[in-house]
Structures are given as structure tokens and as C-alpha cells.
Design a protein around this ligand. Structure first.
Ligand SMILES: [Zn+2]
Length: 96
């Protein structure tokens, strides 16, 4: 068992960054920081390259989803404002 300086037990995680893809490291669970690497840097293997590509695609899709959600929220606000204006116009027409 590896302990962090803060006293928490360190967990072994796998990095999926471009620089250290597939490399394992001990991480502090409290501060989410790397304590030290496990073993030597892995050679670039086919599975690591595939996982890198999949993660990159996943991140791009998540960004696209977030962008579309933002666009959708704006569209919904515009519809509410438009309905409000139409309602007021309707009241003006009905009373006049
Ligand atoms: Zn710690």
C-alpha cells in the first residue's frame, strides 16, 4: 500500500494523456494529484493508440453536445420571449 503525504491511501490509475497514454501512476484520492509513476513509460502499442483516438473522439463529441445544449437553451429563451410578446399583442388587439 502506498500512502500520500496527506495520509490518504494512493490509488493506481491509468493516464490517457497524449504524453503518457497507458502509463499507470499512483494518485492521491484527496487532492487528485500524481504521487509517482508505476514502472517505465510504455511503448506505443496498438491498443494504446486506439484508446487515445477513442478518447479524443469522445472529448470532441462531449464538446459538441455542450455547444448544442447552449444553442438549444438560447433558442428556448427566444421562443419564450416571442410567446410573451405575442401574448401582449393578443391582449392589446382583444381590448382595442
Ligand atoms: Zn494526498
Amino acid at each position: 500500500m502506498v500512502l500520500c503525504n496527506c495520509g490518504q491511501e494512493a490509488k493506481i490509475l491509468t493516464s490517457w494523456t497524449d504524453l503518457n497514454g497507458g502509463r499507470r501512476f499512483y494518485s492521491c484520492q484527496r487532492w487528485m494529484q500524481t504521487i509517482h509513476w508505476v514502472g517505465r513509460p510504455p511503448m506505443c502499442s496498438r491498443p494504446v493508440c486506439i484508446i487515445h483516438g477513442l478518447l479524443r473522439n469522445k472529448n470532441q463529441l462531449e464538446l459538441e453536445i455542450a455547444r448544442l445544449h447552449g444553442k438549444n437553451r438560447l433558442k428556448n429563451k427566444l421562443i419564450v420571449v416571442l410567446l410573451f410578446i405575442l401574448g401582449i399583442l393578443g391582449l392589446i388587439i382583444m381590448s382595442g
